[in-house]
Design a protein around this ligand. Structure first.
Ligand code: DON
Length: 585
């Protein structure tokens, strides 16, 4: 049995000043520019967020929403800002159901899937409240990226291929994000093609000059409403004018003496992170033995159970009463851990019978990990499947110890595929995160319950889990900022990065790169990524009754580790993707 190991911080590049990790080098460079100008972690994170809105249109943007944890090193306090989209006033519980069935595509593609965007309000509020630099300075890198363009990379191609048909439905989106092929049809652009977004540059300039107002009640608002209305969607000027960000208390817990702050509801992610880590600590008080099948089994069983809680209890806390105190109490965690059979997998259906419609396959999207066929036997991993890179995470720790963990999204790849005419603003399809019919899986194969049914003004339940882990010696000093995209897999990615550092003693680069395992109650399968397991370990888990599904890869963890002893910072961008970790020397 492994002992809890002292955390090493080698094998990654150290920086003496601030450091940042994001999913795109241009966004990390934008953040670094702010740090070099004397900006703090918030200036850096907001510059990165606006730049990602330009260079990563498939995962986030002005038409999306998200969550941020902001740690102020001076006061030692951490604040949470929730700027996730809300359902328009005209939304109804059964708006995506016809003749008792969920209509495929209605909540993921086109104007009918658009929720009221929150990203602009959120990013600018973060800057206004916690930043040091002027708005025009912080938005400058994004404006430059939109004007000069960014080049199409293999990832861009992969994701645009997944959404080509959807993008083709919208003339504006096709013009901006696709390029004419030899037959003159809009198609996935070749590698190296420059995506320039002059309309988006103008929109960003407007925001730099005037703040969020034009977006929520001015000409930009009008353009969004006109476009969505023309496509049969519900967004109104009243919805935009009424949009408000929400402040929450961070969800607090600990793992083996390390204090953890994470995202409360309307994310289901933070709760899952704390519950699973709590159960692991209880079941293995001396630490987890890396890739020991006995320990992996316990981890999977804990995860399975917390995803059941998600179905039963979680939704927008402004609409449903969530028994948070009980769900995070040590008695509850003890019961959860105590219910696990160390010898064999518990069938998910015995914990909570699947609701009617759970096997409704009409919403499955071809080519996604949920829909990809199970590989027979153990090896090899499936051929690359286009993963949904449609959320992104930014981690920053500045030279003074201020930190931001910010996860932001337009939901599915390229959101709704609808661009508000003349603005360059790509709109989200966040409505798909509601339970279109409680019990019926969404685009991530994820089942949620009645608590997450659609209602006007309600926030759809999220998995996004921006998280801060603090030094054991000083619980006010951030040691790790971390988060990831990956829909339903986000919480397990965050859990595994933390455990890889705390239990396995990995440096942060290795911790974000290591293979991953995921379960989510339904489908009752253990997902294993390309580097997740060796055959012998997999066989040991199968012998316990786990049905294994090999997947290509998922997630894109972006993390910054700050060594509590040396104060050196180590950024790490997931090697599965095209991001970059940068820092100040
Ligand atoms: O908020 C959520 O949980 C989803 N809208 C996130 C989507 C996502 O991460 C997909 N990424 N690959």
């Amino acid at each position: 049995m492994a002992l809890v190991i002292a955390i090493p911080a080698w094998a990654a590049r150290p920086y003496r000043g601030g450091a940042v990790a994001t999913a795109h080098p241009m966004a990390s460079e934008a953040a670094l520019r702010m740090l070099d100008k004397g900006g703090n972690a918030v200036d850096a994170a907001v510059a990165a967020a606006f730049t990602l809105a330009v260079v990563g249109p498939y995962h986030s943007g002005l038409g999306g929403g998200g969550f941020a944890l902001v740690h102020d090193a001076k006061t030692g306090t951490t604040q949470v800002l929730d700027f996730r989209e809300v359902a328009p006033k005209g939304a109804t519980r059964d708006m995506y159901v016809k003749d008792g069935k969920v209509v495929p595509g209605l909540s993921t593609d086109g104007a009918t899937s658009v929720a009221v965007p929150g990203a602009v309000a959120g990013y600018l509020e973060l800057l206004e409240k916690h930043g040091k630099l002027p708005r025009a300075v912080v938005l400058q890198p994004a404006i430059e990226a939109a004007t000069k363009g960014f080049w199409v990379s293999p990832k861009y191609q992969q994701i645009a291929t997944l959404r080509r048909d959807c993008l083709r439905q919208d003339p504006e989106a096709s013009r901006i994000f696709l390029a004419k092929n030899d037959q003159g049809e809009p198609d996935v652009p070749p590698i190296g093609y420059l995506v320039r977004q002059p309309e988006l540059a103008r929109t960003l300039q407007t925001l730099a000059k005037s703040g969020p107002k034009p977006f929520y009640s001015g000409p930009l608002a009008q353009a969004m409403v006109d476009t969505v209305k023309a496509g049969g969607g519900l967004l109104t000027l009243e919805d935009l004018a009424a949009f408000k960000t929400r402040a929450h208390e961070p969800l607090e817990g600990s793992y083996r003496g390390y204090r953890i702050l994470t995202m409360p509801p309307p994310s289901a992610g933070g709760l899952a992170v704390l519950q699973v880590l709590g159960a692991m600590e209880r079941l293995r008080p001396k630490g987890l033995d890396y890739r020991n099948p006995e320990d992996l089994h316990l981890y999977v069983e804990a995860v399975r159970r917390v995803y059941v809680d998600r179905v039963k209890y979680l939704g927008d806390p402004a609409f449903v009463k969530i028994p948070m105190e009980s769900l995070t109490s040590s008695g509850y965690i003890a019961d959860l851990a105590g219910g696990i059979d160390p010898k064999k997998a518990t069938p998910s259906a015995s914990l909570l019978p699947p609701m009617e419609g759970a096997n409704d396959s009409t919403l499955k999207k071809p080519g996604t990990w949920y829909d990809s066929p199970a590989a027979p036997g153990q090896t090899p991993a499936q051929p690359p499947s286009p993963e949904k890179k449609n959320t992104t995470h930014i981690s920053v720790i500045d030279k003074d110890g201020g930190a931001v963990a910010l996860t932001t999204t337009v939901n599915y790849a390229f959101g709704s595929c609808v661009v508000a005419k003349g603005t360059g603003v790509l709109l989200n399809d966040q409505m798909d995160d509601f339970a279109a019919r409680p019990g019926v899986p969404n685009a991530y194969g994820l089942v949620t319950g009645e608590a997450n049914s659609i209602a006007p003004g309600k926030v759809p339940l999220s998995s996004m889990s921006p998280t801060l882990v603090f030094s054991r010696d000083d619980p006010k000093k951030v040691m790790l900022a971390v988060g990831s995209p990956g829909g339903s897999t986000i919480p397990t990615t965050v859990i595994q990065v933390i455990s890889n550092i705390v239990d396995a003693g990995m440096d942060v680069s290795r911790a974000v790169g290591a293979g991953r395992l995921h379960h989510q109650y339904l489908p009752d399968e253990l997902w294993v990524d390309r580097w997740g397991l060796e055959p012998a370990t997999q066989a040991a888990l199968e012998a316990k009754g786990h049905k294994i599904r090999r997947q290509e890869t998922w997630g894109d963890a972006e993390a910054v580790y700050s060594d509590p002893k040396t104060n050196l910072r180590y950024p790490a961008s997931d090697p599965r993707n095209e991001g970059a970790g940068l820092g100040q020397n």
